[in-house]
Design a protein around this ligand. Structure first.
Ligand SMILES: [Zn+2]
Length: 106
């Protein structure tokens, strides 16, 4: 794989994080972070779920005062927004270029 920014082949896979088992890659040359190319759909789905959770919790807090568990509702709402934000960050990241072959057919 190659870095889309500086063209370096020093692209390392990032270790799994608490949020995602496939957090993506980082360039060892310029430090830019990239997402796994096959993860776009997963992040889009995560984004939708995060937004849905956040929206429901915000709605509950406003309309029902969080029911009888306002703190839990607020925490879940915040978690949903964090997950949504994380997904947006990942989607916005570039994808590493596949290693160019010397004599590429096609
Ligand atoms: Zn780079």
């Amino acid at each position: 794989m190659e870095c889309p920014k500086c063209g370096s082949s020093q692209v390392k896979r990032l270790p799994p994080s608490q949020i995602s088992p496939h957090p993506g890659y980082q360039c060892g040359e310029c430090g830019i972070k990239m997402r796994s190319s096959g993860m776009l759909f997963v992040y889009l789905l995560t984004l939708l779920i995060g937004i849905a959770i956040g929206a429901v919790m915000v709605y509950m807090l406003i309309e029902e005062d969080g029911g009888n568990r306002p703190f839990q509702a607020a925490w879940l709402g915040a978690a949903g927004l964090i997950v949504a934000g994380y997904s947006v960050m990942q989607i916005a990241r570039p994808v590493p270029r596949p290693q160019p072959k010397t004599d590429e057919v096609e």
